[in-house]
Design a protein. Structure first.
Ligand code: HEC
Length: 230
């Protein structure tokens, strides 16, 4: 008998190909089907909040400007990474990141914990011209974002769509999306002015304000969870 039993399976190329295909397909389905019936495969970390209306717009601008091509948002669980960037990334902190922005390139540093690292005024100057802060930087200038006006006409609908996907926005938050975004933007501008930055009226309602709000939010919930021993 020996090992002869598998010869008939192998000696006919077509039969072997079809059997292999069937095995791969069944294996694929076994892995693919269960997640469709699960509510969520990842639990949000304690205290995780979805992005505010303004931060959500800032996030969309981050994607539009391609920041994720130079910046990752994922800290790997290695000492060299955690020493430099802070607590490593866990899946549960990114449940409200749709699409996720882990990224795979680091032309610039990782941004997963950049929230609170610098004052708003630092980001303001840095987005205007990174070389004013770091002469060797190759980060592009984003001067146009100080001119282009923030478009909030779709914010509420974006939040509604995200709610359908499981982001916990309340009716009230969706209804007041535009007002809330303007209010948070005014708070950013107030902090900028307190730091001595001159902000024109047009700049106060420009896209860069949303981008700064988004920057300041990155990693904040995870930092609080780690500090609270969670
Ligand atoms: C061509 C690559 C490139 C692009 C695109 C880019 N950056 Fe950068 N970024 C860098 C580099 C390099 C640095 C480090 C030097 C510096 O501070 O300017 C940096 C630094 C930063 C920092 C400071 C991080 C820290 O911890 O010190 C922030 C915040 C930042 N970038 C945000 C952004 C945002 C937001 C965008 C999109 C609007 C963006 N970057 C686009 C290359 C890039």
């Amino acid at each position: 008998m020996g090992w002869d039993w598998h010869r008939p399976l192998e000696h006919d190329g077509l039969r072997f190909t079809l059997l292999t295909l069937a095995a791969v397909l069944v294996g694929g389905l076994v892995l693919l089907i269960p997640p469709y019936f699960m509510q969520g495969t990842v639990e949000p970390i304690d205290g995780l909040r979805p992005f505010s209306a303004l931060e959500l717009e800032g996030r969309d601008l981050y994607i539009r400007e391609g920041c994720n091509n130079c910046h990752s948002q994922m800290i790997r669980p290695f000492k060299t990474e955690t020493d430099r960037y802070g607590p490593f990334t866990v899946a549960g902190e990114n449940v409200y990141d749709r699409p996720f922005l882990y990224g795979s390139r680091r032309t610039g540093p990782d941004l997963a914990r950049v929230g609170g690292k610098y004052p708003d005024s630092w980001h303001w100057l840095h987005f205007r011209s990174a070389r004013d802060i770091e002469p060797r930087s190759n980060m592009p200038d984003f001067g146009h974002m100080f001119e282009w006006q923030l478009d909030l006409s779709l914010t509420a609908r974006k939040m509604e769509t995200l709610r359908r996907l499981g982001h916990p926005y309340s009716d009230a938050e969706i209804a007041s999306a535009e007002r809330d975004a303007r209010k948070q933007a005014a708070e950013v501008v107030e902090r900028l002015q307190r730091d001595g930055v001159e902000v024109t009226d047009s700049e106060a309602t420009s896209e860069v304000v949303a981008l700064i709000a988004y920057m300041q939010r990155l990693g904040v919930d995870r930092a609080a969870a780690v500090a609270g021993g969670r």
